[in-house]
Design a protein around this ligand. Structure first.
Ligand SMILES: Nc1ncnc2c1ncn2[C@@H]1O[C@H](COP(=O)(O)OP(=O)(O)OP(=O)(O)O)[C@@H](O)[C@H]1O
Ligand SMILES: Cc1ncc(C[n+]2csc(CCO)c2C)c(N)n1
Length: 269
C-alpha cells in the first residue's frame, strides 16, 4: 500500500508585476507592497520598488545605501533633491552600520528610528520583517508582499540569513531581490501558479527544497518538469531549469524556494 498524501488544494498566485513601471490594475492578487532596503549595493530598479511600496524601511546600514546610491541611480537629477525625496518611513536595526550623519539627516526629516541594539540574535532584516508583520496585521498576511532589495550576492552568511527569514515568516509573501534574480518561498500549504512576465524575468529558474526533502513535487510550464518527483539536498534539486510557458504551476509536499533570473538591461555598444 502506498501512503496517501494529501496535497494542498488552495491556490496561491504569483506575479512579478512590481518590476514593471506601472502595475496593471487587472493583476491578481492585488497586493500592498512594503520595501526593505538592506546594506548591499542597491539593485538598479530600486526606485521602481520604492514607488510601488506603501511602506519603506531601511535595515540599519541600508539607510546609507539609500542616501549614497539613490542619487547615483538617478544621475540626471539633483543629488540633494533625490535625498530629500526618497525618505524611508522607518530605519530599524542594531544601528552599528548606519553613519551618524545619515541617521541625523533622516531623523530630522521625520523618519521613525527603531534602535534594537539589545537584540543580537536576529538580523536587521528579520527585525524589519517583524515590524512590517505587526504594522500590517490589520491587512492580513496574504494581502501584503515584502520586497527586499539587496538580499543576494555578497556575504554568504548574510544571504543564508536572508533566506532563513523567508522560512521563519513562511506565512508572509517575501521576495528577495538582487539585480540578477529573485527568490521567494512557495509554501506547501498551497498549490501555486506563477505568472511569468517575459519582458522582465526568466528564462532561468530553479525550485529548491530548502527546509525538508520533498517526496513528491509536480510542475508544469518548465523545460524540465517534475512529475511526482522526489527532491532533496544531496540528491536531485531543480537548478538551471528554463521557463517555457507564461504560467508555471507548482505543487509539493514541502516548502520550496522558487528562483527566477531578472533580465539585464540592453547595454549600449
Ligand atoms: N553582503 C550582504 N549580502 C546580503 N545581505 C546583506 C549583506 N550585507 C548586509 N546585508 C543585509 O542587510 C542587513 C543590514 O546590514 P548591516 O550591515 O547593517 O548588518 P549588520 O548587523 O551590521 O551585519 P554584520 O554585523 O553581520 O556585518 C543585514 O541584516 C542583512 O540582511
Ligand atoms: C548562534 C549565534 N550565532 C551568531 C550570533 C550573532 N548574531 C546573529 S544575528 C546578529 C545581529 C546582527 O545585526 C548577531 C550579532 C548569535 N546571536 N547567535
Amino acid at each position: 500500500m502506498f501512503p496517501v498524501r494529501k496535497l494542498a488544494t488552495e491556490l496561491m498566485s504569483h506575479c512579478s508585476a512590481f518590476l514593471l513601471p506601472s502595475i496593471p490594475p487587472e493583476t491578481r492578487p492585488s497586493l500592498t507592497y512594503a520595501l526593505v532596503v538592506l546594506n548591499q549595493r542597491l539593485p538598479r530598479f530600486t526606485p521602481l520598488l520604492w514607488k510601488h511600496a506603501q511602506l519603506r524601511l531601511c535595515a540599519d546600514g541600508g539607510a546609507n545605501r539609500v542616501f549614497d546610491e539613490m542619487p547615483q541611480l538617478m544621475p540626471d537629477e539633483d543629488a540633494l533633491d533625490v535625498q530629500n525625496r526618497f525618505l524611508p518611513d522607518v530605519i530599524k536595526g542594531d544601528m552599528d552600520s548606519i553613519r551618524p550623519e545619515v541617521l541625523g539627516f533622516y531623523s530630522n526629516l521625520g523618519t521613525k528610528i527603531v534602535d534594537e541594539a539589545h537584540d543580537q540574535d536576529t538580523t536587521d532584516m528579520h527585525k524589519c520583517v517583524a515590524y512590517i508583520q505587526d504594522f500590517a496585521s490589520n491587512l492580513g498576511n496574504s494581502n501584503v508582499c515584502i520586497l527586499v532589495a539587496g538580499a543576494l550576492g555578497g556575504r554568504f552568511d548574510h544571504e543564508i540569513g536572508n533566506i532563513n527569514v523567508l522560512c521563519r515568516f513562511s506565512d508572509i509573501r517575501i521576495i528577495l531581490l538582487s539585480d540578477d534574480c529573485l527568490i521567494q518561498l512557495l509554501p506547501k500549504s498551497h498549490h501555486h501558479e506563477i505568472h511569468i512576465l517575459p519582458s522582465v524575468e526568466g528564462p532561468h529558474c530553479g525550485l529548491i527544497p530548502i527546509m525538508t526533502p520533498s517526496a513528491i513535487s509536480t510542475t508544469t510550464g518548465l523545460k524540465w518538469n517534475l512529475d511526482n518527483t522526489e527532491m532533496k539536498f544531496g540528491g536531485l534539486i531543480s537548478t538551471s531549469n528554463i521557463v517555457q510557458d507564461e504560467k508555471i504551476t507548482v505543487q509539493s509536499d514541502s516548502d520550496l524556494l522558487w528562483t527566477i533570473s531578472i533580465q539585464q538591461p540592453i547595454q549600449d555598444s
